[in-house]
Ligand binder design. Structure first.
Ligand SMILES: *[C@@H]1O[C@H](CO)[C@@H](O)[C@H](O)[C@H]1NC(C)=O
Ligand SMILES: *[C@@H]1O[C@H](CO)[C@@H](O)[C@H](O)[C@H]1NC(C)=O
Ligand SMILES: *[C@@H]1O[C@H](CO)[C@@H](O)[C@H](O)[C@H]1NC(C)=O
Length: 489
């Protein structure tokens, strides 16, 4: 089962719909709306393209305890792909014919009535003449007899009129029958439309639900196709900084970690939840043993990973015990604002996490300033594998990883977009054009969190979230669908 290219347009337009829906629901999804949010549940966006019968149904959904899916029916012919629509069309044509015919009858009857009225005057005159003749037989002359005959001849068309009226009465009778039949057909059709149509819709809905279920269990890594409108969670701190949530630990840990500033900071602020962070309450301040550089920190599986000030040393700080568990130099990596992102700020080394693990983005003189992506062992901080992405680090606004694909923005200023992607699976790159709204015009941190499936940014002293549209192509078996072929009536 292949996916024709043709459908991609339709897919993308529906994606926009979903994205809009997502942006409306975003506060609830990220847990700001306490009424809807369940603590510790994570958001997953599932999109299914179903290449089924008739060029297919397309299913998209968002799963978070509940499923939301939208269905696009395939492009259809004159009858809308449903024989009932054809029947309905025929019936309404028929009704049109019948009503046109009734109009005709109506006009004819009106003419006939006028003629009858004219004849009435004639009959009156005839009656008077006959009465005079009867009362006084002597008054009857040849002339008056001629006049009487003429009057009678004038009444002759009345016979034809009578015949026509008789015929019309017959027509009316058959039209009445016709209308009865139409009424019946319509009621049968209505029954189908309500009961059977409803049943079929229900059947389809349950099949779709199965598909969504199958798809959520098969959910692989999605490809980024859209970024929602920004949601400002809070406005706090200086222009540059970093805020994050654990990218691995699930359920109950909804703590938010904040590191304000990019130079020599040691103050790590912990909030109990996103809600606490948004309202600025319930926080604990930790002091890190070593100061940090830049904003590329990440919280991964209960540890904070960051770049030690004035060095290319990576530090793993255990959040539970408050102790440094590991320190290791990232060999040859530039530091001290030698190879920062476009905004500067000693953002030489950017640590990040995705569905596949812990990573570092940096560069060195040997790589000529091109962004290097390295997979790190989370315990030892050793480099497991590296890729040269081919994109100059100083020209990048920021970068983030989703499912082993690095997404690079072209600026930290207004008008920034996701401009370049590098796939580690194939070691290949491509140029992209994924726009997003850089609301406060200066992004100093941009990271994807695979657990909450959102983008976290620090934008000119505002902490902002974006939701993402990830496109998944998931193939499902046809067999369940074939049973769904509409029956002809
Ligand atoms: C309506 O009338 C036209 C011409 O009079 C005829 O061709 C057509 O079949 C009629 N349609 C129906 C549904 O009776
Ligand atoms: C997270 O840490 C626990 C031990 O604290 C370990 O068992 C688990 O494998 C780690 N998960 C990842 C994804 O590294
Ligand atoms: C880092 O840069 C500062 C000033 O820009 C300089 O004083 C310092 O010596 C540098 N440190 C290293 C280790 O290069």
């Amino acid at each position: 089962m292949s996916v024709p290219l043709l459908k991609v347009g339709a897919v993308l337009s529906t994606m926009i719909m979903i994205t809009n829906w997502m942006s409306q629901k975003l506060p609830a999804l990220v847990g700001l709306d306490q009424h809807f949010a369940r603590p510790g549940t994570s958001e997953k966006i599932i999109s299914v393209l179903y290449p089924g019968e008739d060029e297919g149904w397309q299913v998209y959904g968002s799963v978070r305890g509940k499923c939301v899916c939208s269905i696009m029916t395939p492009a259809q012919g004159a009858c809308g792909g449903d024989p009932r629509h054809c029947r309905l069309q025929q019936l309404s044509d028929h009704v049109l014919n019948v009503s046109q015919y009734m109009e005709l009858l109506n006009q004819r009857t009106a003419q006939d009535l006028q003629q009858l009225k004219d004849s009435e005057t004639l009959l009156d005159a005839l009656e008077t003449r006959l009465k005079t003749a009867h009362d006084d037989p002597h008054s009857v002359t040849t002339k008056s007899l001629q006049e009487l005959r003429w009057s009678v001849s004038q009444c002759r068309p009345l016979r034809a009129l009578l015949g026509r009226l008789r015929a019309d009465a017959g027509q009316l009778e058959s039209l009445k029958e016709e209308l009865e039949k139409l009424k019946y057909s319509l009621s049968v059709l209505q029954e189908h439309f309500t009961l059977r149509h409803y049943q079929r819709l229900q059947q389809r809905a349950s099949v779709l639900q199965q598909h969504l279920h199958t798809c959520s269990s098969q959910l692989g890594c999605g490809r980024l196709t859209g970024i929602s409108a920004p949601l400002t969670v809070r406005s706090s701190g200086s222009r540059f900084g970093s805020w994050m949530m654990d990218t691995v630990i699930d359920s109950s840990d909804n703590r938010v970690w904040v590191m304000d500033g990019y130079l020599k900071g040691r103050r790590l602020v912990e909030y109990q939840s996103l809600g606490d962070f948004a309202s600025g309450q319930n926080f604990i301040v930790h002091h890190l043993p070593h100061p940090w550089a830049g904003t590329g920190h990440v919280v991964y599986n209960g540890s904070l990973y960051y770049n030690k000030h004035h060095s290319n040393v990576l530090v793993r700080y255990d959040l539970a015990s408050g102790g440094v568990q590991q320190q290791r130099s990232l060999h040859h990596a530039g530091f001290n604002n030698t190879f920062p992102y476009s905004w500067g700020g000693s953002s030489d080394i950017d640590l990040m996490a995705d569905e596949m693990g812990l990573w570092a983005v940096y560069t060195s003189i040997a790589h000529g300033g091109n962004m290097v992506l390295s997979r790190l062992h989370p315990d030892t901080l050793e480099v497991e594998r590296s890729w040269d992405t081919g994109f100059p680090k100083r020209s990048a606004g920021e970068s983030f990883l989703i499912c082993g694909t690095l997404y690079v923005t072209n600026s930290h200023l207004a008008g920034a977009k996701v401009h370049y992607t590098f796939h580690t699976a194939t070691a290949s790159y491509e140029y992209t054009d994924i726009a997003f709204h850089n609301q406060y015009s200066h992004i100093s941190m941009l990271d994807y969190n695979p657990r909450t499936r959102a983008l976290y940014t620090w934008n000119n002293g505002h902490q902002v979230l974006y939701d993402l549209t990830l496109l998944h192509f998931i193939r499902t078996a046809d067999d369940a669908w074939d049973a769904e072929t509409p029956h002809t009536d």
